[in-house]
Design a protein around this ligand. Sequence first.
Ligand code: 9MR
Length: 465
Amino acid sequence: MITTTKRLGAVAVALASVTALTVILSPAASAAAPLRDLAAAKGRYFGNSMTAGDFNDSAYRALNAREAGVVTPGNEMKWDATQPSRGNFTFTRGDQVVAGAVAANQKVRGHTLVWHSQTPPWVQNLSATDMRSAMVNHINTVMGHYKGKVFAWDVVNEAFAEDGTRRQSFWQQKLGDGYIADAFRIARAADPTAKLYYNDYNTDGIGAKSDGVYNMVKAFKEQGVPIDGVGLQAHLIVGQVPSTMRQNMQRLADLGVDVAITELDIRMRTPADSAKLAQQARDYTAVVNACLAVARCVGITTWGLSDNHSWIPGVFPGEGAALPFDGNLQPKPAYDAMVSAFGNVPTTTTTTTTTSVPGDANCRVTDTINAWNTGLTSSITVTNTGTAPIDGWSLAFTLPGGQTITSGWNATYSPTSGQVAARNVSYNATLAPNASVTIGFQANHTGNTAAPPSFTLNGSACTTA
Ligand code: 9MR
């Protein structure tokens, strides 16, 4: 056992041998850490919707990999995409979204199984008996295909009208009130490991429509219908975030379900100006704070990350600028506001003693590379496998030839190629036993996209998984 002072002295000596050029890199402009990590530090996830096509836009793909820990396919798991004609299932595009998410170390929310929209006419025209068997077959086949790959499903989407009664969809009219409970029971049997959600819009605050959803969930819990969560889409308008959002989430949570904000965007009349962007930042803060105030609010997904990847302008003419990044993928005040709201990380206290001496194999490293033609992102998780806290760390590794770091997060990286030292930043200096920290960087490459072959932490070799 040695004192921190002595150990830090040893680290200082070790660092002195590293080149004097220290580049502090951060994602985009001012942000300290990606939202996915900030949210995770609060026990939440931050997610984004991605279409298969979005993964072909390398800059946007990298932004998504950096910021989002969860991906919801924008369209690729809907009925018209997965079963365009009866019995013909196609998972190509959904699988592309899953592959893109897996490459970025992201989990996938499934969206959606039973909906009145984006469902082909062949379903809508079936008789009641046939329609029910089509629903059973669809849920079984789609959930079966994605078993183990999708952690939560929007089983039924948008089944309520604004007045809190059931939407008079073809499902409702042919199958009657019971079809939602029926869908949840079928879904539970199809994949018992997936979390099952009811998802809707204009149900974010307390009102007639959210009352309707609340009463349904209450009845489901009383009747033993398997439901795990309620998704609040949160397609909101600048200056109009419902003041009762937290209370609405809390009353749902009190029924014994999780809640998630599933499709967040906050639109404005375009063009944006600084006053509107400032209000939007306050609005994003309010949504994050509402979620953080409710223990069972598990995460927030935005419906796109940047204003050029948004459904809003196409559907609401004259409106847009609804997302945290602008059309050039630059962070807006709304992004900084979410970083602040999620990133309210308490300062770590330093410990006085440690047994983390060089030579101990006290660390495990996993490195996930997400590569495209000229670039890659690397997400590195370091776990303290020793029995003592590590207070201040430097992770050393050698980048394969041709890789040059262009930006990074949760650590400082120096130099940007060759033998690199990734050093802690102030808020993640302390690693308790069994604790992990995830850091990452984006790099250019010239063909070799391999991960570094080995890592050392404060001079001692880590095991790799
Ligand atoms: O983002 C989706 C867009 O590409 C589609 O054209 C649209 C068609 O309905 O669906 C969008 O996503 C919707 C989501 O599936 C359910 N809630 C509303 C979303 C925005 O329309």
